[in-house]
Design a protein around this ligand. Structure first.
Ligand code: GLN
Length: 491
């Protein structure tokens, strides 16, 4: 069994057909993780024993001839901001260094019901704030294609462990691009679903009106399959929606793109976009045309302003969400303090990292009575405009095609001293969250230096099925799946 190249589908069918057992899958996976992890540093926690116990239960089910779930025996890694019953969940923060949740997030419950096996929890930027994983309090994850570069963020650990072949599937969370950007940097597929499609119950909140959980996989079909398991209304999350149209994302995935109307905004190709990414995208556009899609140029002028609206709104929400970390209820508590104020102050200054503090201050400022109208309200008005603009585009088009990132993966440390420059890297992903839309990033080529390039497909609300069909058509043409291992062998 060559576990590092196996897809979700292959693992599941191998177990059902008794070609191998779930226990063998887990043992091979752990072996591969141990060999690869020292170069990547993608995991905060490995759940070896629990994974083996879960695998044995699945093997018992197979022996008894019981029906198996959609993800039977599939090892999955979870971003460390997703609560797991009895398993450390740190948010990559000193604040939650020893927090063991007493419950599972809804997505975890659904994964377990589908017989998936949780193999570990992945590194991330602290409280999901960042674009490189360098804001983690614990470690710096490396890009599987070039270990001197970042894997992206904030779900960089999840993207890196999938990109390095350690697991076929991982979950991330995306508030402003945190699934799509690391997926692009690590050469894997990442999907940010429509807001409300997947329950956020048990996801430690960053910015509640923007956060969404989504899958990261090596290929489009595996993303589609996991979405079938993850999606659906949840009474524990008041913002989860009754899914209106689709539950079978794999069905008709090979429908193709004939007649699909694709919009490309001319603003996407302006200054700041790496020429190699631009070139790769042009080639992809031609492929879509050859496959029968209609591609037209449009204008989406507000694209730039989305960044300011995002950083005001997300920081405002974060300042409120993170107020609960005060040293009283759970998490970090300083050893010495005299008064309550001192306890709170020490907790927050000692246990939050710089970026988290920066966002809390920015958010508190934007919400303060003197500045509320000038910042928060203006950002909300801008958000409305962005929503309207996307609605207008989707009246005439099915999909918007854009780069996922303006640049190739950064070198470790390259952007650390300049947060504003780092924020600019979110230019193509941010508006999707503001408008609550679904979007995915799929590998579309490589730079001359062998670094992956990601393409983003954005759709109207609840059009995940169509996005997956379009991505699948492209994937079939490009055949980039499993490329990293091949590239590694050649170099
Ligand atoms: N890079 C963005 C930020 O730092 C996005 C983060 C995210 O999606 N969680 O806020």
């Amino acid at each position: 069994m060559q576990i590092e190249t196996m897809t979700v589908e292959a693992i599941r069918s191998g177990i059902i057909e008794k070609t191998f057992t779930a226990e063998e899958v887990v043992r091979e996976t752990l072996k591969h993780i141990k060999a690869t992890e020292p170069q990547i540093d993608g995991f905060i926690t490995l759940c070896e024993e629990k994974a083996l116990v879960a695998a044995k239960k699945i093997d018992e089910k197979v022996a008894k001839g019981e029906t198996l779930g959609k993800l039977a025996g599939v090892p999955i890694a979870l971003k460390d901001n997703i609560c797991t019953d009895g398993i450390l969940t740190t948010c990559a923060s000193k604040m939650l260094e020893d927090f063991i949740p007493p419950y599972d997030a809804t997505v975890v419950k659904r994964l377990k019901e589908a017989d998936a096996i949780i193999i570990g929890k992945t590194n991330m930027d602290e409280f999901a704030m960042g674009s490189t994983n360098e804001n983690s309090a614990f470690k710096r994850t490396k890009n599987p294609w070039d270990q001197e570069r970042v894997p992206g963020g904030s779900s960089g650990g999840s993207a890196a462990v999938v990109g390095a072949g350690m697991v076929p599937l991982a979950l991330g969370s995306d508030t402003g691009g945190s699934i799509r950007q690391p997926a692009a940097f690590c050469g894997v597929v990442g999907l940010k679903p429509t807001y409300g499609l997947i329950s956020r119950f048990g996801l430690i909140a960053f910015a509640s009106s923007l956060d969404q959980i989504g899958p990261i996989a090596t290929n489009v079909k595996d993303c589609a399959l996991s979405l079938e398991v993850l999606q659906g209304i949840d009474s524990l999350d008041s913002t989860s929606v009754r899914q209106p149209v689709e539950r079978e994302y794999l069905k008709d995935i090979d429908k193709g793109v004939a007649g699909l109307k694709i919009a490309v905004a001319r603003e996407f190709f302006q200054e700041g976009l790496d020429p190699e990414i631009s070139e790769s995208l042009q080639k992809t556009i031609e492929i879509f045309q050859q496959l029968g899609a209609v591609v037209e140029e449009i204008s989406l002028p507000i694209n730039q302003e989305g960044l300011s609206a995002y950083y005001i709104i997300s920081s405002a929400e974060a300042s409120s969400n993170l107020a609960r970390f005060d040293g009283l209820r759970y998490g970090y508590r300083p050893t010495e303090f005299e008064k309550l104020e001192e306890l709170m102050e020490k907790t927050r200054t000692e246990a939050f990292g710089d970026e988290v503090k920066r966002r809390i201050m920015l958010g508190t400022y934007a919400l303060s009575s003197g500045y509320y109208d000038a910042y928060y309200n203006r950002a909300q008005a801008l958000r409305e405009k962005i929503i309207e603009q996307y609605e207008r585009v989707f009246q005439a088009y099915d999909v918007i095609l854009s780069p996922t990132t303006p640049t190739l993966p950064y070198r470790l440390g390259e952007k650390l001293d300049n947060p504003l420059e780092m924020y600019l890297g979110d230019i193509y992903t941010i508006n999707v969250n503001l408008a609550k839309l679904p979007a995915l990033s799929i590998p579309c080529g490589f730079s001359k230096s062998g670094l992956p390039i990601g393409l983003q497909l954005i759709g109207g609300a609840y059009t995940e099925k169509m996005l997956l069909q379009a991505a699948y058509a492209l994937e079939q043409c490009l055949g980039l799946t499993g490329k990293r291992l091949q590239w590694k062998e050649e170099n």
